[in-house]
Design a protein around this ligand. Structure first.
Ligand code: ADP
Ligand code: MN
Ligand code: MN
Ligand code: MN
Length: 349
């Protein structure tokens, strides 16, 4: 059987990389990742190589069924330079999590966008719909816009065996969210990118584009889009002490700039301190606090300080690979052992 393998990668555009893909026909394909050969593409057309030596290498790293194509597979790839090293645009290669100790749940928000009016679905050609308030988790033709697309996307993700955990309509008209969770940072990033790819492709069918920008309605009183990063490692899942949580959260304070650098373009437009965000210039954390940079979910506290953290700063256009890589780096910079956690707890008391 000839299989259609869609090789997917990220281009070299700055500050926001886009999805690219092309089809490879493989005869007698097993369906397994290890049977996906490396491939190449013209990096001079994607801002990844000069014209004189244009070849970049596609290294398959994740495969799933292509739910919308007969005998199809989606093959997420890392980009390597022609000498086989990680390309500078390759955020996945920065992830230091080979034992899959880090679990990530990303909440991906986005707008369904009418390319003709250049406005979200639900926005009239002239003027505005009713102010936000009635759209979040709503039902009804006057409130929920584009559900047929969102439903088709959910089914596609499930058919592809992506670990999507839920969907909801969001605060602004035409704005939606899906959540994906994986045990392993690379896997979580792979699944978000494949889910984004599927959404883009389903949008094509309906001539609706996906607007990943974090503040597509500018300074008007409409919510922006985030990609909250929920994360844990063994320490966070088993700590059992507030001291350990404080110590890890405090490790984020001196590296605000390094985190914001990879949390998506134009984030200063979104992280204003309004619309359930913290100011981009501040750092704060708090239990159940949706106005903080990092929220400690109440459930984590109720389980005796065993659970996860939510970094609310990454935006909808951020690269989940780079977000995860940076969070892991910061969390791993802290040595949390029982003694130090207890000591810090005493210090804070
Ligand atoms: P909210 O909208 O209240 O912030 P959501 O339910 O949309 O929350 O998202 C919470 C996310 O947290 C989910 O993606 C879930 O998979 C993730 N999550 C739950 N437990 C853990 C954990 N131990 N480690 C990492 N992520 C987790
Ligand atoms: Mn959510
Ligand atoms: Mn949300
Ligand atoms: Mn959230």
């Amino acid at each position: 059987m000839a299989a259609k393998l869609e090789y997917i990668w990220l281009d070299g555009y700055k500050p926001t990389q886009s999805l690219r893909s092309k089809t490879k026909i493989e005869k007698d394909f097993s369906g397994k990742l290890e049977d996906c050969p490396n491939w190449s593409f013209d990096g001079s057309s994607t801002e990844q190589a000069p014209g004189g030596s244009s070849d970049c290498i596609l290294k398959p790293v994740f495969i799933c069924k292509d739910p919308q194509r007969k005998d199809g597979y989606l093959v997420m790839c890392e980009v390597l330079t022609s000498d086989g090293k990680a390309h500078p645009s390759n955020g996945r290669a920065l992830i230091d999590d080979n034992d899959n100790d880090f679990w990530f749940g990303f909440e991906q928000e986005y707008f369904l966008w009418n390319p003709e009016t250049n406005k979200p679905l639900g926005f009239p050609v002239n003027g505005y719909p009713a102010p936000q308030g009635q759209y979040y988790c709503s039902v009804g033709a006057q409130n929920a816009f584009g559900r047929h697309i969102v439903e088709e996307h959910l089914d596609a993700c499930l058919d592809a065996s992506l670990n999507v955990e839920g969907i909801n309509s969001e605060v602004a008209a035409g704005q939606w969210e899906f959540q994906i969770f994986a045990k392993g940072a690379k896997e979580a990033g792979d699944q978000i990118w494949v889910a984004r790819y599927l959404l883009e492709r389903i949008g094509e069918k309906f001539n609706v584009s996906i607007n990943w920008h974090c503040k597509p309605l500018g300074t008007l009183d409409w919510n922006g889009s985030g990609m909250h990063a929920n994360f844990s490692n063994t320490t966070l899942r088993t700590a059992g002490s507030q001291g350990a949580y404080d110590k890890i959260c405090e490790a984020f304070r001196p590296v605000v700039k390094e985190h914001i650098e990879v949390y998506g373009a134009d984030n200063e437009k979104r992280l204003t301190g309004k619309h359930e965000t913290a100011s981009i210039y501040d750092f704060s954390y708090g239990i159940s606090d949706r106005g903080a940079s990092i929220r400690i979910p109440l459930a984590t506290v109720e389980r005796g300080w065993k659970g996860y953290l939510e970094d609310r700063r990454p935006n909808s256009a951020a690269d989940p690979y780079k977000v995860a890589a940076r969070i892991i780096k910061t969390v791993k910079s802290v040595a949390v052992n029982d003694n130090s956690a207890v000591a810090l707890e005493a210090e804070l008391a």
